[in-house]
Design a binder for this molecule. Structure first.
Ligand code: WTA
Length: 659
């Protein structure tokens, strides 16, 4: 298989990996799932399997008539059922002893903290749901949430879900244009933002970004502002449009019953990068999504009532949606939420949080683990990590070295590691060990969750033999699958269901070993994962060519020892502009402003031309060879093979080492 973005050094280290880690006996003894019997049960009738747990694990106002209606690629789960996710995550716990249990334990970057019991959450969610209604928000309306990691964010999500409004969370690290595009695509009526957000001791002016974005958003009627930074982030409130959160909730009525919603009622839109310049709005609906998030949270994280569970992701990404908010809260768990950076005020901040709250489960990214390896053991070693019993990773492949380090330095060899593979589109974890039942292998996400049918196929869609690379596909519908792309059903069909008809194409390359374990090697399309953040080459290229000095641009994800991948940009300047260091800096800044700091290229090379095929397609594969210092691949399909030699020469002239 030729893949455009496979990490070759990662592939080599995965090939060599042979170690196995069975569930530690102490862990297994108390685990919710101790044997593989659930896999057999699920495989024998996956619809009946999901239906059983939908019935026993979730609260329905009205039971469904049919578990699944599948007109490929259109799925309806729990047809005719009525449910509310806010009720499942909040109300149902307030009628049990969990009423006074901590639901969200929040730690602010400056060191302040807040705890919300389920009863507190119930009150806050109802108040804000009524505030939304007072602003004219109705069932089906879209609400964009653009804040930092403050408790008001999950409260607002649950409030939207309560009244049937569709939330669209935009990561607080995006800036004006990315926000504007997302608001406009979803045609949001209300935007919820924050005065300013803490990041490494300074303030990100979220409200100012939102003001600039909303100027180009004709559908936005109201803006709600959460006060967090206070006088550190002065804001201008536009009369009639802008309202303070605390003022709205102070006068809102305290009772707002959860609306019974159709199981397929849209719950949220979350934008993610794909293979075109325009981000796509992934649409998730209510009943099936909740079941996926609930069951995976329960079994993968082996959630116990006494646990402090912490997912370090940002709620702006899908991981935060499913595993800070919906999955844990539906299970009545205590979910820890942290506002700021992992190295503020010092590089032991995450471990200080584990120590402070006696966190039992920690779910984080391989990039963070590799960063910790670089920082050194002294930071975790300063802290008492004895409360930890389970560790997880997500978002990108984890190299075996990082897995072993995590296991030894953080887990002290005592905690199983769940390497969980999934996507914004899948809604919940699809490939993962169940920590009390499945032996793990460093670098492998192991096997599909019960009920999930994953396969690896070749170009023609034929399953490949063990240890052969291919494309990862899912061959049966699952409850938390995306239902469509917001406003673009054709793209949904084309993007996910056309390459291998009848099967969902993930965009990832993988192989399976003879034990049936999956080894994910990375994206095979133009999506890059930089520090676990999902970005699109084409989106960054479009932003680059919007700069007045740039004629053409091509970006590639190149290997990076810490971030997994980094962005290298090849830029052709318009005549009259000269390559220079200040211009490079200017272009990096430009991307930071247009998309957000996470999309800033690490390297920029100026070149006279770009390698294109005779049909004018940019050959990113060759540019990757250069960016990773490899010998050039096949250039015979280029319209002008000399272009590559020129680029390589200028690359060397810039002092970059060749491998
Ligand atoms: C990658 C994040 C290897 C993969 C939840 C996927 C992983 C993309 C893993 C989705 C893993 C996620 N091992 N690769 N455990 N988890 N990925 O939509 O390339 O931000 O397609 O969802 O992340 O990224 P997204």
């Amino acid at each position: 298989m030729t893949t455009q973005t496979q990490d070759t050094s990662l592939l080599e280290s995965l090939e060599k990996e042979r170690r196995k880690f069975p569930p530690p006996p102490e862990f297994k003894k108390k685990a919710l799932v101790k044997s593989k019997a659930v896999y057999k049960e699920a495989d024998s009738d996956y619809e009946a399997f999901w239906a059983k747990y939908a019935e026993t694990e979730l609260h329905w106002f009205k039971k469904w008539d049919k578990a699944l209606e599948w007109n490929a690629p259109w799925a309806k789960w729990f047809v005719g059922g009525q449910i509310n996710i806010s009720y499942n995550c909040v109300d149902r716990h307030t009628t049990t002893w969990r009423r006074t249990k901590a639901a969200i334990v929040w730690e602010g970057e400056p060191g302040d903290s807040r705890t919300f019991t389920y009863q507190d959450l119930h009150r806050e969610v109802q108040l804000f749901a009524n505030a939304l209604k007072d602003l004219g928000v109705q069932k089906g309306d879209r609400v964009t949430l653009y804040t930092g990691m403050v408790p008001e964010l999950p409260i607002a999500m649950l409030a939207c879900a309560r009244i049937g409004a569709v939330h669209s969370v935009v990561f607080g690290g995006f800036t004006v244009e990315a926000l504007r595009d997302r608001i406009n695509d979803s045609q949001a009526k209300v935007v919820i933002t924050q005065d300013g957000g803490w990041r490494r001791g300074s303030i990100v002016p979220l409200k100012q970004f939102a003001d600039q974005a909303v100027q180009g958003c004709p559908t936005v009627e109201k803006v709600v502002v959460v006060r967090r930074a206070g006088e550190k982030a002065p804001v201008t409130m536009q009369a009639g449009r802008d309202f303070w959160w605390h003022e709205l909730t102070a006068k809102a009525s305290p009772v707002c019953p959860a609306e019974p919603l159709d199981s397929e009622h849209p719950l949220y839109i979350l934008y993610t990068s794909g293979t075109t310049g325009k981000p796509k709005g992934i649409l998730h609906t209510t009943g099936g999504y909740l079941l996926g998030a609930h069951m995976t949270a329960k079994w993968v994280f082996d959630i116990k009532d006494e646990d402090y569970y912490w997912c370090t992701a940002d709620i702006g990404w899908v991981t935060g949606h499913s595993y800070i908010v919906y999955g844990p809260l539906s299970n009545g768990a205590t979910s820890v939420m942290y506002e700021g950076a992992p190295d503020f005020p010092e590089k032991d901040r995450f471990w200080a949080i584990v120590e402070k709250y006696r966190v039992n489960t920690c779910y984080t990214s391989p990039t963070f683990i590799r960063t910790c390896m670089k920082w050194g053991k002294e930071y975790p070693n300063r802290r008492d990590l004895s409360s930890l019993r389970l560790l997880g990773t997500v978002g990108e492949p984890i190299n075996p070295e990082a897995w072993i380090w995590y296991n030894e330095t953080i887990g002290k060899g005592r905690c199983p590691i769940v390497d969980t593979w999934w996507q914004t589109e899948t809604g919940s974890i699809l490939i993962t060990p169940l920590p009390g039942a499945v032996t793990t292998k460093p670098g492998s996400a192991t096997i599909p969750f019960p009920g999930i049918a994953a396969e690896i196929v070749d170009e023609q869609g034929k399953p490949v033999p063990p240890n052969t690379g291919g494309y990862l596909v899912v061959s049966r519908p699952w409850p938390s699958m995306l239902r469509s792309i917001w406003g673009d059903p054709d793209r949904y069909v084309k993007q996910y269901w056309s390459r291998f008809p009848g099967r969902y194409f993930t965009g990832d390359g993988a192989r399976r070993d003879k034990d049936g374990y999956f080894w994910i090697t990375g994206r095979v399309d133009d999506v890059v994962k930089v520090a676990g953040h999902r970005l699109s080459n084409i989106e960054i290229e479009s932003a680059l060519v919007a700069h007045p000095a740039v004629a053409e641009a091509a970006t590639v994800g190149r290997d990076d020892a810490v971030k997994g991948q980094a962005i290298a940009a090849f830029v052709v300047l318009k005549s009259g502009n000269n390559p220079s260091e200040p211009l490079k800096q200017q272009l990096k800044q430009w991307i930071g402003q247009k998309i957000g700091p996470i999309a800033r290229p690490d390297d920029i090379f100026f070149s006279a031309d770009l390698p294109k095929t005779r049909s004018a397609k940019i050959m990113r594969r060759l540019l990757r060879d250069i960016a990773e210092g490899r010998v050039l691949g096949d250039t015979t399909t280029l319209s002008d093979p000399k272009v590559m030699e020129d680029i390589r020469q200028s690359y060397i002239a810039e002092g970059k080492e060749e491998a």
